[in-house]
Design a protein around this ligand. Sequence first.
Ligand code: ADP
Ligand code: MG
Ligand code: MG
Length: 359
Amino acid sequence: MKIKLGLLYGGKSAEHEVSLLTARAVSQAINFDKYEVYPIFITKTGEWRKGNALIGPAKSVEKLQFGEGVSKPNSITSFLPVEGSSNDVALAKRNSSLDVIFPLLHGPNGEDGTVQGLLEVLNLPYVGNGVLASAAGMDKVVMKQLFAQAGLKQVPYVHFIRKEWNNNQAALIQQMEESLTWPLFVKPANLGSSVGISKATNREELLKAVELAFKYDRKIIVEQGIVARELEISVLGNDEPRCSVAGEVLPTKDFYDYEAKYEDGTTNYAIPAIVSDGLLKKMQDAAIRAFKVLDCSGLVRADFFVTEEEEVIINEVNTMPGFTPISMYPKLWMESGLSYSELIEELITLAVERYEEKQ
Ligand code: ADP
Ligand code: MG
Ligand code: MG
């Protein structure tokens, strides 16, 4: 019997297109002798469309949106077990007709624990991080508080919600000016892909940056800017995670913003990064500590700032990092000897193991 694998992709977030590219790449790498692959497409407006099994690798992104059985509009509730049977695991699974889901979604409503919560309720195994790790990893303030508890070094920061800003703006600015040095990085707490992030070098820019960040979230984090290398480590596993070699992001502009990530091609990457054994080890240790303190499972990409003195400062983890074959996460595994297909296979196995352990 083939394993029925649901590929969940698209979504309402800024990374909709990236998700489609990922879904196509995964469908091209998957072993169709072993898996029966079902597309579950979430449109940009949030409509769910579950399709018939793919007959082979998706030839184009358009086929994943409109063709090969994906065009059938389907409400989210059709994924739920029928009424009155929500405690019946076997029936719930039969109704969903899928054995395991691979969520290929980034950002809010994909990477933040919400979809993971839905899949928990459906009692379906799914690839990657659970509700807690996903939610904690999406909120930069919560994430930093947990990192601090794990003894990980971070840049100094200040955080506040809209109400506090409106009521105590002068005091907050004073606090920032006293505890942080310019430039500052202003970020919405719950986002990714650098959306809503700006660098402020003076008070006027700070006000603009805060205003922009509040368009995306009611909670903001303002960090002290740092001049450092940006190095990343891929982590894979459940209870005994392992680390890849390091990769380096080399932005040629001010910082690694949205355009640099997806659009303007100005960023260079070094895979693997040139690092000493000692530095690599320090980053890998920190990556594992970050993975554990957030109670991660499956995968995480841990991103660091490394100063000239080789001080390792954690910036963030991404619980569903970019996953196309040219993205950092899979590339670091390729460099560490694991192919894209093998990586996908291992992630699915880890998903099923975690699910079975909970039963
Ligand atoms: P996202 O989750 O959107 O990727 P990050 O916190 O990683 O947000 O910030 C995006 C980019 O902004 C980083 O990759 C880096 O280039 C730059 N950046 C963020 N914070 C700082 C900081 N404190 N000092 C220097 N650069 C920063
Ligand atoms: Mg991020
Ligand atoms: Mg980042």
